[in-house]
Design a binder for this molecule. Structure first.
Ligand code: SF4
Length: 72
C-alpha cells in the first residue's frame, strides 16, 4: 500500500501531524511532510510504501482539503 501526500495543495493545518505523528511531521516550509517518503519536485507529491497503514487512514479522514490518499 502507498500513502500519497499532495504537498502542493497542503494548507499546513497540522491535523495529520496531531492524529498521525508516526507518518507526518511539520516541515520548515509550513506544510506537512510524509516521513521517509519519496518526493517528486515536479508534481510536489510525496509517496511512501507501507505494509501497515497504522494511523494513515485517520489522517486521510482528518485532512480538511483531502490531499492525503491511500492506494492499495
Ligand atoms: S491535514 Fe492535510 S492540509 Fe493539514 S497539514 Fe496535513 S496534509 Fe496538510
Amino acid at each position: 500500500m502507498k500513502i500519497i501526500h499532495d504537498k502542493a495543495k497542503c494548507i499546513g493545518c497540522g491535523s495529520c501531524v496531531v492524529i498521525c505523528p508516526k507518518f507526518f511531521e511539520m516541515a520548515e516550509d509550513g506544510k506537512a511532510h510524509l516521513k521517509g517518503s519519496k518526493f517528486d519536485a515536479k508534481t510536489e507529491i510525496e509517496e511512501l510504501e507501507v505494509e501497515d497503514l497504522g494511523c494513515a487512514q485517520e489522517a486521510v479522514e482528518v485532512c480538511p482539503v483531502q490531499v492525503i490518499k491511500i492506494t492499495k
